[in-house]
Design a protein around this ligand. Structure first.
Ligand code: PLP
Length: 439
């Protein structure tokens, strides 16, 4: 099949997530990728792209790892699947043990799911059932932050901070337990909100510690410790959504470790297998888990048929081996600094707003009000155009809320020359964008 045949069939039959058919049509259809190696991806016609966002922030160890393919193949031959509600597989037991050892403190118990949204759903349900079991059935609210994204299912949308792409107003009525802090870095606002809502009705505070979707608002040193203290004081569970940040991306194995904070519940996905298999997990502190030990009433009322799929667990184990063997967590810290320094050299471009981030999770904000030549006013139009220009120049990126924040989260194996290519390509993309003067 030719490239144009594939693109036509895609336009006729494929429905791609968070993507407008007309936008794809204007580009002649989706780019069809066929191969990956290291930090690079190739399309059907052999064009090469630097994977600047690690396949939706999932790819930690790079593409095309033979070891992963072999581990997956071995597990498929031994036992492709089992009833995970009633039986345990050896890879699931070994992976739970491994994650418990990697996670800080007594985050010792691992509940497997198949995606980040499912991890968030399970974490919320755990928090809710936990409080009921503790004799506090009125603790039902979950406080999250403006601008955040926690997934696309109804429970996750209930704690979505009006992230621009989720359009949660279309899906009202949503479950009504979500409450929101408008300033994502204000502990004072959070404390006031807890008091206003009445602490005895709050089940959990849920946040993504690096503030990825809410504009990479990386917190100051005392932010997360102060929230931990607040949650302790009021008996509220702290849930850290580490779906993007887990497994080294920010320069620590888990982002909350930058501030030495122990959440009660941690959600994981993406980097857990580097995307070699779909998987998610909820990691829980021992005292929370102990509340669920008892009879039928105490049993956690939750489960997905494919949660803890043995093939995904086998992939995750080898993924973690590679992260440790190649010291990718330290590498993320080092290369993250190099990338951010590089992105900041683009400040002279008129449409460059700022660059910031943590580890290999950085973004460039486009500036809307370049004075000497108004470049654009609509952030989503400009962001989309910048993304397409960069891709045409051989660099993949995505945009975050509200459409004009270009994200870079490459595989952690990225080298200096590849970072240089990324920065130079962004420079060329911004130069082109400035010339185009979008509306
Ligand atoms: N939580 C965070 C912080 C995320 O960034 C995402 C996805 O990007 C999710 C949850 C949802 O994960 P998934 O797309 O696997 O459902």
């Amino acid at each position: 099949m030719t490239y144009s045949d594939l693109r036509k069939l895609a336009m006729d039959h494929l429905w791609m997530a968070y993507t407008q058919w007309n936008d794809l049509a204007a580009e002649g259809g989706p780019v069809v990728l066929v191969r990956g190696e290291g930090c690079w991806l190739w399309d059907v016609e052999g064009r090469r792209y630097l994977d600047g966002v690690g396949a939706l922030e999932a790819c930690i160890i790079g593409h095309g790892r033979q070891e992963l393919a072999e581990a997956i193949g071995r597990q498929l031959e031994a036992l492709e699947f089992l009833d995970v509600f009633r039986y345990a597989s050896e890879p699931a037991i070994r992976l739970a043990t491994r994650i418990a050892a990697l996670a800080p403190g007594d985050l010792n118990r691992v509940f497997f799911v198949t995606s980040g949204s499912e991890a968030v759903e399970a974490a919320i349900k755990m928090a809710r059932q936990y409080h009921v079991l503790q004799g506090e059935p009125y603790r039902i609210k979950v406080i999250a932050r403006r601008g955040t994204y926690h997934g696309c299912t109804f429970g996750a949308m209930a704690v979505d901070g009006n992230y621009w792409a989720t359009k949660k107003h279309f899906f009202e009525p949503l479950p009504s337990f979500g409450r929101f802090v408008l300033d994502p870095l204000s502990v004072e606002e959070l404390a006031n909100l807890i008091e206003f809502e009445r602490p005895e009705t709050v089940a959990a505070v849920l946040l993504d510690p690096a503030g990825t979707a809410s504009g990479l608002a990386v917190p100051p040193p005392d932010y997360l410790p102060a929230i931990r203290r607040l949650c302790n004081y009021y008996g509220i569970l702290l849930i850290c959504d580490e779906v993007i940040t887990g497994f080294g991306r920010t320069g620590q194995m888990f982002c909350c470790q930058h501030w030495d904070v122990l959440p009660d519940i941690m959600t994981l996905s993406k980097g857990i297998t580097s995307g070699y298999q779909p998987m998610g997990a909820v990691v829980v502190r021992e005292p929370v888990f102990q509340a669920f030990v008892g009879g039928w009433r105490e049993t956690f009322a939750h489960g997905h048929t494919f949660g803890g799929h043995p093939v995904a667990c086998a992939a995750a184990l080898v993924n973690i081996d590679i992260i440790e063997r190649e010291a990718l967590v330290n590498r993320a810290a080092e290369m993250g600094r190099y990338l951010l320094d590089g992105l900041n050299t683009l400040h002279a471009r008129r449409c460059f707003g700022w660059a910031r981030g943590i580890g290999l999770l950085c973004g460039v904000k486009l500036k809307r009000d370049g004075k000497a030549g108004q470049t654009f006013v609509n952030p989503a139009v400009a962001g989309r155009r910048a993304r397409v220009i960069a891709r045409e120049l051989g660099l993949m990126t995505i945009v975050l809320h509200p459409g004009d924040l270009l994200l870079f989260a490459p595989p952690l194996i990225i080298g200096r020359e590849e970072v240089d290519f990324l920065v130079e390509t962004m420079d060329r993309a911004l130069a082109t964008l400035e010339r185009e003067k979008l509306e």
